[in-house]
Design a protein around this ligand. Structure first.
Ligand code: GLN
Ligand code: ZN
Length: 769
């Protein structure tokens, strides 16, 4: 590669970094503060030390421009709400009394005041707090946090670039405040918000910022002409400011599409674009648009959401193409490194050879630095890194873990009929009714029963070697006995074993499937101080032995009523894991589906008459761009049917979904061809039942009549009212009675009372039929 002037200046940067610290120090400090064990000054000191360590390690790794302002005690969207002064009315007193306590009150609520709603940050597993806005919202600038963190970084002698959530994305992520008309569109507040951003930008300029980054990931979603117009106006106005730093507008998670020309034309100084996954389309689009003459381009060529080593040679070729398209090209990860764990180095249980295939935040930072160096000084200066990278990629490609001939042959032999039940629903339903003999409006639960502190302690004791397997399993059997006897006594019709043995609905299966890896320290922020360790779908997937059969059959041995087998579906197994990037997602889903199909068939062979395959993540994995959705839904629904189609007509297949508006996926839900589906519905007063009816959904459904997200016990009449609403949409022969979701987060007292009321409600409404 020849060195051009655009290349010579190339620098490495990132947009954000894991916040928690190597030992999750931030989690400990924040939770300690909540419990009164850590005072505010100690919390602030811990946070400042974590920021310093992060910047210093980035700088030592060779990052030329470190991000500031990406740090957060809880959530960066909530920080933005504070920055623009959009504190909800119900929290204003608390914030005025004490900014830090008020901040946490907005995040978590208090005894008397509800927190902000939390939802997923685009299609990641990070959750942000949803801004609440209305026609009366008054924005006021509070740049204190941004200025303070920039000042800290500059004091270390570093070049730093503050990173803010951009004004357009902030408004597009907001919702109407309580009491504001549901059709209020927050984007109409843009003209009021821009002066506040102008003030913050001026403050940052005054504090020494040369560049400021404004993140606009909302522009990678399908946007209306009016929204694109708003984006154009926002950056025309901010660009026209005289007292401002240079502006870098960043997008990530997908391609910019029609927003690309809008931003390219705007009078800003640079764009940061994602060139990984579906966003790779940005490359051709940028060339077609004539590039970014006179602007800085930050190229996100290292996938910031996945944990695989980068293909450095491929990235260099992308960067080489980009050199001709902008004034200056810098190298970055595709998005903030917040979405990956910190470091592979402490992982002791992963084979060292395989560990070399993985790149967490520190490794990704090193990749970005290597690429920037190769770009600036020529590829011969990174020859050693390129050779090692080639060897790691080859080792991954040739490994028996990623290429199991038996798994591949089986997946290749799958036919359309394998993913179809042998009989149409009309025949299945007759056979199932004869076999199960259930009443009208049958009652059931979604699977889990309370995961008590005692159960969690038992599992921790097993992991730490304080108890043996036999003792632990005895404990689980005792729990199953209790759960079964409670359900019989309460009069539920289809029982569950309660999932006491499961730490997590994905991890439990991942631990038993060949091809999955688990990390010891691979924590990723889910929300606030909650961190998860997603398993890694690293290789070809197979099931060495049955995973759930003995628990289900044990539970069934205790009762004459049907006990449901309970599995996590293939799409959810992918959605809550790090997935392979060396084959299409649909291929991975098919492998997982075949492994789960064996489990389904084994459950049936062991006498299980009802088998539930949960797919709570079907909706959340939907691609950001509508154009990509049909292809996704095709492989996702096929994987579910492949999992569940190996059974007899009289075996009843259930599925379950939550966390969603279902309106736009009803056709896909129908395509699953499950005999029964349970759905979250209590808070929306059975909205989903009406959506299913409008679609002409032909099979049985249980829209939830008990909101399990709160300890509140629904009264008999309340549950009966919801059931009657359900009957307005779904005929009695096809309506089930169940809670919204599993009960694992609930305590026993409210669970008992709520399920007793649920059964009583079913009886009351049956009597009215
Ligand atoms: N069967 C699981 C449970 O009951 C389903 C959980 C979920 O949908 N998130 O816990
Ligand atoms: Zn659920």
């Amino acid at each position: 590669m020849t060195t051009t002037s655009a290349a010579a200046a190339a620098r490495a940067t990132v947009y954000g970094h894991p916040r928690q610290g190597p030992d999750r120090e931030l989690k400990k400090a924040v939770e300690g503060y909540w419990k009164g064990r850590v005072d505010a000054d100690a919390l602030r000191a811990t946070a400042a030390e974590l920021r310093r360590a992060t910047w210093q390690s980035l700088a030592e790794a060779g990052v030329g421009e470190v991000p500031t302002g990406d740090f957060s005690y809880y959530d960066h969207v909530l920080d933005t709400t504070v920055m623009v002064g959009a504190i909800p009315a119900r929290h204003r007193d608390a914030v005025a009394a004490d900014a830090l306590d008020g901040y946490f009150a907005m995040a978590r609520g208090t005894q008397d005041v509800a927190p902000l709603e939390m939802t997923k940050w685009f299609d990641t597993n990070y959750h942000y707090l949803v801004p609440e806005l209305g026609p009366d919202t008054v924005f006021t600038a509070d740049s204190a946090k941004q200025v303070a963190e920039l000042t800290e970084a500059l004091a270390l002698g570093l070049t730093a670039r503050p990173v803010l959530v951009g004004p357009v994305t902030y408004l597009l992520l907001a919702k109407p405040a309580p009491g504001v008309a549901a059709d209020f569109d927050p984007i109409t507040l843009l003209d009021r918000l821009l002066p506040v951003y102008a003030e913050v930008l001026a403050d940052l300029r005054a504090a020494g910022a040369e560049w400021v980054q404004l993140d606009e990931p909302a522009l990678v979603q399908d946007r209306t002409p009016a929204e694109l117009n708003a984006a154009g106006r926002a950056y025309r106005d901010l660009g026209a400011l005289t007292d401002r730093p240079r502006l870098l507008v960043a997008s990530y998670f997908d391609r910019l599409g029609e927003a690309l020309p809008v931003l390219a034309k705007a009078p800003v100084d640079g764009l940061a674009l994602d060139f990984t996954g579906p966003a790779a389309a940005n490359l051709d689009a940028l060339a077609a648009a004539g590039g970014l003459p006179g602007k800085r381009l930050v190229a996100g060529v290292v996938d910031g959401r996945n944990i695989w080593v980068n293909d450095l040679a491929h990235s260099l070729s992308v960067l080489g193409t980009l050199l001709g398209l902008a004034d200056r090209v810098d190298v970055s990860a595709s998005c903030s490194l917040l979405h990956v764990p910190l470091d592979t180095a402490p992982e002791r249980d992963i084979d060292p050879q395989i560990l070399r295939w993985l790149a967490f935040a520190r490794q990704k930072t090193a990749e970005v630095v290597t690429l920037a160096k190769g770009l600036a000084r020529g590829t011969d200066t990174i020859a050693a890194e390129l050779a090692a990278n080639r060897a790691d990629l080859a080792s991954r490609e040739q490994s028996p873990l990623t290429h199991d001939p038996a798994v591949r042959a089986r997946a290749a032999a799958v036919t359309e009929t394998d993913a179809r039940r042998g009989q149409p629903y009309a025949e299945r339903v007759t056979a199932q009714r004869a076999r199960l003999g259930l009443p009208l409006l049958p009652t059931t639960t979604v699977g889990s029963f309370p995961q008590t502190p005692q159960l969690r302690t038992a599992r921790a004791d097993l992991r730490a070697g304080r108890t043996g397997t036999a003792e632990y399993e005895e404990r689980i059997r005792a729990e199953i006995q209790e759960v079964i006897s409670f359900q019989e006594k309460t009069g539920l019709d289809v029982l569950v074993h309660g999932e006491a043995e499961r730490n997590d609905m994905v991890q439990y299966f991942a631990e038993q499937l060949t091809g999955y890896l688990a990390t010891q320290h691979g924590w990723v922020q889910s929300y606030g101080t909650r961190y998860v360790r997603p398993p890694i779908l690293a290789g070809d997937i197979s099931r060495p032995e049955p995973m759930t059969v003995r628990w289900t059959t044990y539970a069934q041995s205790l009762s004459d009523r049907p006990v449901k087998g309970m599995l996590t579906g293939p799409v959810t197994m992918l959605a809550w894991s790090f997935v392979r990037d060396d084959q299409p997602l649909g291929d991975t889903a098919r492998q997982v589906a075949l492994a789960l199909r064996d489990e389904v068939n084994d459950l049936e062979a062991a006498g299980t008459s009802v088998i539930q395959v949960d797919e709570p993540a079907l909706r959340e994995t939907l691609p950001l761009r509508a154009a990509d959705r049909p292809a996704y839904l095709a492989w996702a629904t096929e994987a579910f049917r492949l999992t569940t189609s190996g059974v007899r007509p009289d075996t009843q297949v259930h599925t379950h979904m939550c966390y969603a508006e279902f309106g736009d996926i009803v056709a896909a839900i129908d395509d699953l061809d499950a005999d029964v589906i349970s759905l979250e519905a209590a808070r929306s007063h059975m909205q989903v039942a009406r959506e299913l009816a409008a679609h002409g959904y032909p099979r049985e459904a249980g829209p939830g009549v008990y909101d399990i997200h709160s300890p509140r016990v629904p009264s008999v009449e309340e549950a009966a009212g919801l059931l009657r609403a359900g009957l307005g949409a779904i005929p009695a022969e096809r309506l089930w009675v169940n809670p919204d979701c599993g009960l694992k987060t609930r305590a026993w007292p409210e669970t008992r009372a709520s399920l007793e009321n649920l059964v009583a409600a079913a009886r009351r409404v049956r009597a009215e039929l």
